[in-house]
Design a protein around this ligand. Sequence first.
Ligand SMILES: *[C@@H]1O[C@H](CO)[C@@H](O)[C@H](O)[C@H]1NC(C)=O
Ligand SMILES: *[C@@H]1O[C@H](CO)[C@@H](O)[C@H](O)[C@H]1NC(C)=O
Ligand SMILES: *[C@@H]1O[C@H](CO)[C@@H](O)[C@H](O)[C@H]1NC(C)=O
Ligand SMILES: *[C@@H]1O[C@H](CO)[C@@H](O)[C@H](O)[C@H]1NC(C)=O
Ligand SMILES: *[C@@H]1O[C@H](CO)[C@@H](O)[C@H](O)[C@H]1NC(C)=O
Length: 264
Amino acid sequence: MKKQYSISSFSVFILFLHCSNTFAQSPAAAPAQAPAAVVAQPPAATPTQAAAPNGITNVTRILEKAGHFTIFIRLLRSTQEENHLFSALNDSSSGLTIFAPTDSAFSELKSGTLNTLSDGDKSELVKFHVVPTFLSTSQFQTVSNPLGTWAGTGSRLPLNVTSYPNSVNITTGITNTSLSGTVYTDNQLAIYKIEKVLLPKDVFGSKAPAPAPAAPAREKPTKAVPEATVESPVSPVDISSALMFTHNNVVGSVGMVAAAMFAL
Ligand SMILES: *[C@@H]1O[C@H](CO)[C@@H](O)[C@H](O)[C@H]1NC(C)=O
Ligand SMILES: *[C@@H]1O[C@H](CO)[C@@H](O)[C@H](O)[C@H]1NC(C)=O
Ligand SMILES: *[C@@H]1O[C@H](CO)[C@@H](O)[C@H](O)[C@H]1NC(C)=O
Ligand SMILES: *[C@@H]1O[C@H](CO)[C@@H](O)[C@H](O)[C@H]1NC(C)=O
Ligand SMILES: *[C@@H]1O[C@H](CO)[C@@H](O)[C@H](O)[C@H]1NC(C)=O
């Protein structure tokens, strides 16, 4: 009981930070707050509010209520993964875990990154954020890496989670980040907030971010390829440019976060 009390006080504290906008203005500068936020119960959505009329949990609605996930929601819609999630939550007995990147996470991508992706790559990017099992924060301590995602498994799609006493860190080989909060959890679905978009090696690894024709070979990683075309190690130059800050978008998303807060 004592522990629950301190957790809920902390979530009130976090809410206060949100309202005063401090948190929104310095998403990257708050690693010390992240661990406790991960276990804090979500103030924005409860299982009752999240259910559609037919009783199935509606991920889009949860993200809308939480605010500052507008780009992720747009991607879920445009890729039809919204419907996929809905039917999976109706069918799945093992549950789902979703890593939801905030709008400011998307604003850190090099501008135009999303626009240059093919529809297939957009789908893959979204699916890479969905793990087909329910994982509570304590289960991150025992889960075995790499996690499989809806995008698949294999050496081009690693998603590793490491639990430390004060944080849960994630790496894709390209993106390093950590969970920055729990948006929603019941016993079937967990949605965690992350401050970076998880870039799968498969899409962002060895390929230039410029528009590229669909490469069928890329979708069959097991297929033998000539030695000369074997992927080279990820270029650090690509990484830094992919993570370049876009200040205008950050200001915009901070504004949206503030607006969302007042809307609550
Ligand atoms: C889920 O919620 C969103 C946003 O409120 C709504 O647009 C959508 O129609 C809902 N989906 C279902 C299947 O109820
Ligand atoms: C949920 O699953 C049940 C059983 O498979 C099915 O009959 C029902 O139509 C599904 N509901 C929706 C909204 O897809
Ligand atoms: C993920 O974990 C597996 C198993 O420990 C390891 O082999 C792999 O190198 C890791 N990948 C990354 C990107 O950390
Ligand atoms: C991610 O973290 C690993 C291990 O801490 C480090 O070796 C690697 O350079 C980091 N990658 C990026 C892109 O920051
Ligand atoms: C975990 O991630 C955070 C930032 O996301 C970073 O500051 C910290 O160094 C990482 N911890 C380890 C052990 O890699």
